[in-house]
Structures are given as structure tokens and as C-alpha cells.
Design a protein around this ligand. Structure first.
Ligand code: FE2
Length: 159
């Protein structure tokens, strides 16, 4: 298995997209469990492994990274609410669909805009090291969403 960081994250996106399509086609609440697990693991390895390293290596993409991290934060809030919600709750489907729309938009932006920029700026060896670190992180990643703190870490740091 490749440990190239971008290949790994694209594979994560593919799995999440497959689960989104499956939910949209069948409205089957059973799909929510594997969807939230895949989303939680992907979010963890990208946020802990990819964003900090690429922020240092390609500082000009930092505004993108801050935007992506905020999108993950909003997705975390919705994912945690969905995880705690009864599957037959009135708002369950609306919340699931909104979360999936946000996640899909986020993945589109990374796939189409950000990954190509990172690929062009970061060497193959470096991307494989990040990938290997993300594979390690995946082994200890949380398996379901948790309510995030209300602020991102950098919100508390004065500019
Ligand atoms: Fe992401």
C-alpha cells in the first residue's frame, strides 16, 4: 500500500464519497455508522498529520488550510450531533444530508484545488514521510465523532 500522503487522503475521500452516494440512494440510516467512522478517521489523520506539515512546507497555502480546518470543525459539530441523535428523529435525515453536502464540497476543493498545489510544491519523499506518519495516526484514531470544543485552537491566540 502506498504511503504517499495525497494518495492516502484521496482514497479516504473515495470511501467517504461511496458512503455518501449509498446514503443518498437508499436513505439507509445503517450507512451513517460507517460514514461517521470513515469521516472521523480521515479528519483525524489529515488534521494531525497533513495540515501542520504542509503549512510549514508550503506556507502560501496556509489560508486554504485555515479554511479547510474550519470546514472540518463545522463538520465535527454536525457529525457529533448526528452520532448522538436517534436514527428515527425528525431532523436526522436533514442533518445527515447537510453534513454530507459540506463534506462533499470540502473534498471537491481539496481534490481539485489544493492537492495539485501541494503535489507541485512538496517532494515525493516528503509526501511519503507524511503518509507514513498518517498511517501511524490512523492506528490510534478515534472511531466516532466527539463534540469539539467551541473554539479552534488558533481562535484563542492573538494575532
Ligand atoms: Fe479535509
Amino acid at each position: 500500500m502506498s504511503t504517499d500522503a495525497i494518495v492516502m487522503l484521496r482514497e479516504g475521500h473515495k470511501e467517504i464519497r461511496r458512503l455518501i452516494h449509498s446514503y443518498r440512494a437508499e436513505r439507509d440510516a445503517q450507512v451513517i455508522e460507517p460514514f461517521l467512522r470513515a469521516l472521523t478517521v480521515y479528519t483525524y489523520i489529515e488534521r494531525e498529520g497533513m495540515y501542520p506539515r504542509v503549512g510549514v512546507l508550503v506556507p502560501e497555502t496556509e489560508p486554504d488550510i485555515l479554511g479547510f480546518a474550519e470546514e472540518h470543525h463545522i463538520a465535527d459539530v454536525l457529525a457529533a450531533e448526528l452520532y448522538e441523535m436517534r436514527r428515527d428523529a425528525v431532523a436526522f435525515d436533514a442533518k445527515a444530508r447537510l453534513l454530507m453536502d459540506i463534506v462533499e464540497r470540502h473534498m471537491d476543493a481539496e481534490d481539485q484545488r489544493w492537492f495539485p498545489r501541494v503535489r507541485a510544491a512538496v517532494g515525493r519523499k516528503e509526501l511519503q514521510e507524511i503518509g507514513a506518519w498518517m498511517a501511524t495516526l490512523a492506528e490510534c484514531a478515534p472511531q466516532h465523532p466527539r463534540r469539539p470544543s467551541s473554539q479552534m485552537v488558533w481562535d484563542t491566540v492573538a494575532a
